[in-house]
Design a protein around this ligand. Structure first.
Ligand SMILES: [Zn+2]
Length: 223
């Protein structure tokens, strides 16, 4: 463990999850995307609020309720103020809330495109291994083996081979490589004597890639 580079990957989907809904205007199923707006009804003591989605082909909207007859006093004042002003951070969080979307509709398109921000957090230079801590603030659709192959510049068969040799170990075990990455998961790579080890360590730490700023990479809504 001592001769390892420690890195953190923050994995953010480039697109919000999109419900596939029967659009009454188009007459067929269409992906709907968050409009970037929410609607709030404060009727007396009770609150109702919706995330507004738009058909990908016309302007038809679909409102997904996320607050239903909630007591206004149940909400911290700061949260209520953020909803009233349509705070972009809150709107973005709602748009990426896959679990809440699943409670209202069953067919959802998830983008496999993600942006990965890599930060070296410690460890030795010239290390023969890497310990990757995964931060996944929003659910992503891509499988972990595909993500690792892309980000480490390897063929997926090489990822499978490394796992088979016990050089690549994923926290959570089992079929973790075939599933999307989860928040808090770790990936451990032992690359001593591997001919491609140096390149893999560099790629894992982001030194082989240009790291773009996270927030500029996300599309969500119309703007
Ligand atoms: Zn439509």
């Amino acid at each position: 463990m001592s001769n390892h580079v420690l890195v953190r990957w923050t994995i953010v989907p480039r697109n919000c999850p999109r419900p596939i809904l029967a659009c009454p205007t188009c007459g067929v199923d269409r992906p709907f995307h968050p409009s970037g707006k929410i609607r709030l009804n404060a009727n007396g003591k009770r609150l109702d609020a919706w995330v507004i989605y738009k058909c990908g082909d016309c302007d038809r909207t679909w409102n997904r309720p996320f607050l239903e007859r909630r007591l206004a006093t149940d909400l911290p004042p700061d949260d209520l103020a953020a909803l009233k002003s349509g705070d972009p951070a809150v709107v973005r969080h709602l748009a990426f809330d896959l679990a809440a979307l699943r409670r209202k509709t069953s067919v959802i398109a998830q983008s496999e495109e993600v942006h990965v921000e890599k930060v070296v957090t410690g460890g030795a230079t010239g290390a023969a291994g890497v310990e990757i801590a995964l931060a996944v603030p929003y659910p992503v659709g891509i499988r972990l083996d595909r993500l690792l192959a892309t980000e480490l510049g390897l063929a997926r068969s090489r990822i499978v081979a490394l796992a088979g040799e016990g050089r690549l170990i994923v926290g959570g075990g089992g079929n973790a490589l075939k599933r999307p990455p989860r928040d808090g998961q770790s990936v451990h790579l032992d690359l001593a004597d591997a001919s491609d080890g140096r390149g893999i360590v560099d790629a894992a730490g982001g030194t082989a890639n240009c790291v773009a700023h996270m927030n500029g990479q996300i599309t969500c809504g119309d703007d």
